[in-house]
Design a protein around this ligand. Structure first.
Ligand SMILES: [Fe+2]
Ligand SMILES: [Fe+2]
Length: 455
């Protein structure tokens, strides 16, 4: 939620605020005058992202208030809120006060502007948008549970105070005690934040220290996974069936989460993904499951570097993202299509979807190149019977082979619904016939190991 404090004549702000309607994404708080504003600011100043200041106020009062919030931020070693200042001051006077330097998003509206109400409304709207983008641009969240397992981490950790304000609570490489983390947890803090530029390095640190713990055991942590990824019950049930240990599930879960976050930074992919998420249907649960299963296989193959898991996770989230019809997404063999039930253009859509997805992915510059090649080849088969390019086994890379085995397995569980001893046995036999060779051999063995541990 974005919190806006409006200081000045309440009546004059009323029309502006009314225009925003009742959107739960932001909250407006009024302070009639400087005194009232100071009181609110003293008590909980840090929760405000934006301060709108000056409407109907004496110029010296609004200047004093501005200096006050500046001082308060400096005392608390925090960044300034964004200030929209409606004022009779000149531009040059504001600059002299350091107004523009204090926060990049600060805005000044001359008091004698025509259509002042409209200008204020526009300025607040733009700023609300900017604030929503700030956090996404600079920080990535990390579950506090994850941090608790360590006594130091390799980058600075931040606490989120508001949408635009983050305060550093732990320095990179500094030792901390579980009590410190528990303290925040007890206050209801579920996530801490790391700078975006630190995130990859941070994840590597976290995962390498977890790697030694990758082993299968009974029981896992449903609640954490469920709350965060809003997974369908089918996905949860299957992960439970896999009997992965808590650490493994958490790692895979964070990979899934960070993949989704990364994808959402691209506007066109974001739209497609959100649509799939909202439907919560076959395509989304199938994609999540592939992310989990392919990650599990990679771990079994001793190939679980953060980069590998991330590539698989991203490919899983994206491979079928261009479909909006699950009927089409369920087809994995062009040879088996019943043309009574599918039109030519539907068949064409099926055939082209790996390349269409590849095109979209190639536009995202910050993704590792393997993601695009996995996605473009996810329907190729060892025997050259796949599509769209009918590649043969030796032209399919090992990471793509791993993905293909994982997707085949996921399709199989959708088919079987229940995984008992007999079905696991049948699945193993079928996978052996198709994949016990070439680049597919090691992924197949990893899958087999996972299956055997389910028995
Ligand atoms: Fe798929
Ligand atoms: Fe597909």
């Amino acid at each position: 939620m974005i919190r806006v404090l409006l200081v000045g004549h309440r009546g004059k702000y009323a029309a502006v605020v009314q225009n925003f309607g009742n959107n739960p994404k932001w909250e407006f708080v009024f302070a009639e005058d400087k005194k009232h504003g100071s009181k609110i600011y003293e008590e909980a100043g840090e929760v405000f992202d934006i301060v709108v200041l000056g409407l109907g106020m004496a110029i010296n009062h609004s200047q004093e208030f501005y200096q006050e919030i500046k001082r308060s931020a400096a005392d608390k070693k925090m960044s300034m809120p964004i200030v929209l200042w409606i004022s009779s001051l000149k531009h040059s006077e504001l600059s002299a006060l350091g107004f523009y330097a204090a926060n990049l998003y600060n805005k000044f509206i001359p008091e004698d502007t025509e259509c002042l109400q409209q200008q204020i409304y526009d300025a607040i709207s733009i700023t609300l948008e900017e604030v929503s983008a700030v956090a996404a641009k600079h920080y990535n969240r990390v579950s506090i549970e994850r941090i608790k397992e360590h006594n130091y981490v390799n980058c600075d950790l931040f606490l989120k105070l508001s949408e635009s304000k983050f305060v550093k609570i732990i320095n990179a490489d500094e030792m901390f005690t579980p009590e410190i983390i528990d303290n925040y947890r007890n206050k209801g803090v579920e996530y801490l934040h790391v700078r975006l530029e630190d995130y990859m390095r941070f994840s590597d640190f976290i995962y390498s220290s977890l790697k030694s713990k990758f082993k299968i055991s009974a029981g896992n942590d449903h609640e954490v996974v469920h709350k965060d990824l809003e997974m369908t019950s089918f996905v949860l049930e299957t992960i439970n069936n896999l009997k992965l240990d808590e650490e493994t599930v958490k790692t895979l879960h964070e990979i899934g989460h960070s993949s989704i976050q990364m994808v959402k930074r691209n506007p066109s992919l974001k739209q497609l993904l959100e649509k799939a998420q909202q439907q919560k249907g076959y395509i989304y649960s199938h994609s999540l499951l592939i992310s989990y299963i392919s990650g599990t296989i990679a771990m079994k193959m001793q190939w679980a570097s953060f980069q590998t898991l991330q590539k698989l996770g991203l490919a899983a989230i994206l491979h079928d993202v261009v479909f909006d019809n699950e009927r089409l997404a369920k087809i994995d063999n062009l040879g088996k299509i019943d043309y009574q039930n599918f039109t030519i253009s539907e068949v064409n859509e099926i055939k082209k979807h790996p390349l269409l997805a590849k095109e979209l992915i190639d536009k995202m510059k910050d993704l590792p190149p393997d993601v695009s090649s996995i996605v473009s080849a996810h329907h190729e088969r060892f025997d050259g019977q796949g599509f769209p390019r009918a590649l043969t086994g030796q032209h399919i890379s090992q990471i793509t082979a791993l993905f293909i085995v994982a997707e085949d397995f996921v399709n199989t569980i959708f088919e079987y619904k229940k995984l008992d001893r007999e079905s696991i046995h049948q699945i193993s036999t079928r996978l052996k016939e198709k994949y016990d060779m070439g680049n597919f051999k090691r992924p197949y063995e990893g899958m087999l190991q996972t299956l055997n541990e389910m028995l």
